[in-house]
Write a protein that binds this ligand. Structure first.
Ligand code: DX5
Ligand code: ZN
Length: 222
């Protein structure tokens, strides 16, 4: 494993009455990132939080703010997330109108752009965008809720993505989200993924710092 492993704990699994403490838990565990699941009740059947909450958290943390926008028409509001202080902004290809324009917008503010697909979308649908993305997020559950089981076919999808990136000569960061835990993380790192969202496996663990160390070690051991 040549790439360093990044764990991005998902705030969706944290105690929403203690968001500041949840950020500290991630920092104290040694996590470099925090994953912010924005859901609009339309693109996915759940509704979470948006730019005002993210902006309120920004001044109290130096974590990399990794926003996962599960929203319709991200083109219309992507700047809100830049203004709120997000470092990585990932949108869904299924909901996007003009991916290249959004990537330009994010890059013009010195931030990173990610593109995601649901488990039923073709991996090849990402191919036209390999030049403009910093990160590709492969969903390993249908988005909407934390605590779901990892979909095993994700491993084949990651293999396909790796081959596609290699033949295009591109090296975007590959992130996986959904059902990641010490038992599933190695399956994904073996196929080139280096960034892992962990909701329940981190925040519901008895010892989140130990869970973090365990996941990093298992991902790196492959
Ligand atoms: C699901 C979200 C995920 C979720 C992950 O739609 O995008 O980020 O919070 O939670 P776990 O790791 O518990 O599957
Ligand atoms: Zn997510």
């Amino acid at each position: 494993m040549s790439q360093s492993i990044i764990i991005s704990p998902s705030l969706l699994s944290a105690d929403f009455t203690k968001l500041a403490a949840a950020l500290k838990t991630a920092e104290n565990a040694g996590c470099p990132w925090i994953h912010l699941d924005v859901m609009d009740g339309h693109f996915v059947p759940n509704l979470t939080f948006g730019p005002p909450v993210i902006a309120a958290l920004r001044p109290i943390s130096n974590l990399v703010f990794d926003a996962h926008l599960m929203i319709e028409n991200p083109d219309e509001t992507i700047e809100w997330y830049l203004d709120a202080g997000c470092d990585y902004i990932t949108v869904h290809l299924e909901a996007a109108n003009d991916v290249n324009k959004m990537a330009e917008c994010v890059h013009s503010r010195g931030k990173k752009f990610g593109l995601s697909i649901k488990p039923d979308a073709c991996v090849s649908s990402l191919e036209p965008y390999l030049d403009c993305v910093d990160m590709i997020l492969i969903m390993s559950v249908y988005p909407g809720f934390s605590g779901q089981s990892f979909i095993p076919e994700t491993v084949d999808r990651l293999r396909e993505l790796k081959a596609m990136c290699e033949s295009a000569g591109r090296t975007p960061l590959i992130q996986v989200d959904g059902g990641i835990n010490p038992d599933t993380i190695g399956l994904c790192s073996a196929q080139g993924a280096a960034c892992f969202v962990a909701g329940n496996a981190f925040y519901k663990a008895d010892d989140p710092a130990a869970a973090y160390q365990d996941m990093v070690a298992r991902a790196a051991a492959v």
